[in-house]
Design a protein around this ligand. Structure first.
Ligand code: NAP
Length: 353
């Protein structure tokens, strides 16, 4: 049982991000003092939306500069905090040349660094870590190793590496490191939030989260000839934020919580978008044959191994722990996809047709 003093400041790392924006908003609206770390507090596009929320709420926002790779960078921001919510970690799937530097190092060293500050900050009682379902499985074909055909919190990703699915690997090693460090002491406990692909309106247009780039592909024509048969666990960003806050303040919260409202294929997402936005957008209608996508995958930034191990395997997640332990009532993920797409149109990130 860990009771967090609600008057103490709460540290949120990576506060400029898509998911963190909603966490900070919930905390400020509930009247908390939020110590928000960003890489560049002077960059208005990263923090203006947070300052706007703060101005209209009863909470207090204090911005701090911290890079995951700078040792000790979180010490000052963490001073006096009982609760640390660590969200910062790069979420990019393509567009880098060195996966270790782009993903694994910031995720792993960043987690060590944040938890190093926790070790030096005697007030901290709980750390909530934004992990991912990526830390529970690597490729969709891994579902065949699970007799129930449903992933749950007992599962770990054992198939990703720096060369294959490096983002998923980065989340796995970072979460494993966090548990290893937590077990060495008894002052602070650790609660991990493991969301599926997060969808829903963003508070910022500044994020490069793959949540946003994934949805852009439905509007920019990338998928106009069809979509590979691939399933993702999806969750509304507001449910993810709620789960972080509840994980922080529920005394009995413990272990890992998968967050997944539903599992949709890319074609299911397209069908929901077509129903809402009509036929003028290049939403995919047909599945791309696996062998064809396997051939062209490198031109789209995917490896053939990825295609082979992920196309054509429906997956599912057990979300009962989050419903029972944190009281999450899931929003409709199709609605989240549509609201998010509407926002991409409104923000000019997808061309209106
Ligand atoms: P995002 O908008 O790109 O946010 C990532 C955050 O990490 C940004 O605030 C970024 O700060 C920060 N960051 C990256 N490298 C950093 C570094 N070297 N030092 C300090 N901060 C750094 O992505 P997101 O989707 O909100 O992801 C947030 C968290 O949720 C990540 O841990 C991600 O793995 C996890 N997650 C996301 C999803 C999803 O579908 N979106 C699903 C499961 C888990 P800057 O603004 O300074 O770049």
């Amino acid at each position: 049982m860990t009771v967090i003093n609600s008057q103490a400041p709460i540290l949120v790392t990576g506060a400029s991000g898509y998911v963190a924006g909603w966490i900070v908003r919930l905390l400020l609206e509930a009247g908390h003092v939020v110590h928000a770390t960003v890489r560049d507090p002077a960059k208005k596009s990263s923090v203006a939306h947070l300052e706007k929320v703060a101005a209209g709420s009863s909470g207090t926002l204090k911005l701090f500069k911290a890079d995951l790779l700078d040792e000790g960078a979180f010490d000052v921001a963490m001073t006096g905090c009982e609760l640390v919510i660590h969200t910062a970690s790069p979420f990019v799937i393509t567009g880098f040349s060195d996966a270790h530097e782009a993903l694994v190092r910031p995720a792993l060293e960043g987690t060590r660094n944040v938890l190093g500050s926790v070790e030096r900050t005697p007030t901290v009682r709980r750390v909530v870590l934004t992990s991912s379902v990526a830390a529970t499985y690597g490729d969709n074909v891994d579902i065949l190793q699970v007799p129930s055909r449903v992933f749950d919190e007992s599962h770990w990703n054992t198939t990703s590496s720096v060369d294959h699915q490096p983002y998923l690997y980065s989340k796995t090693v970072a979460e494993q490191e966090a548990w290893a460090l937590q077990k060495k002491q008894s002052r602070w406990d650790l609660v991990c939030i493991n969301p599926g692909l997060v969808m829903g309106p963003a508070l910022t247009t500044n994020s490069i989260s793959a949540s946003i780039t994934t949805l852009q592909q439905f509007g920019d024509g990338t998928l106009k000839f069809g979509a590979p048969r691939m399933w993702n666990g999806l969750v509304d960003v507001r449910d993810v934020a709620e789960a972080h806050v509840r994980a922080g303040f529920t005394p009995t919260a413990n272990g890992r919580y998968i967050l997944c409202g539903d599992t949709l294929s890319l074609l299911d997402m397209a069908a929901a978008l077509r129903q809402r936005f009509g036929n003028s957008y290049p939403f995919p209608r047909m599945p791309v044959p696996k062998i064809l996508f396997w051939l062209v995958a490198p031109f789209y930034g995917y490896t053939r191994d990825f295609v082979w191990r992920n196309m054509g395997y429906p997956i599912a997640f057990d979300n009962s722990r989050s419903r029972e332990g944190l009281g999450i009532r899931y929003r409709d993920v199709r609605e989240a996809v549509c609201e998010h797409f509407q926002q991409l149109l409104d923000d000019g990130l997808v061309k209106r047709r």
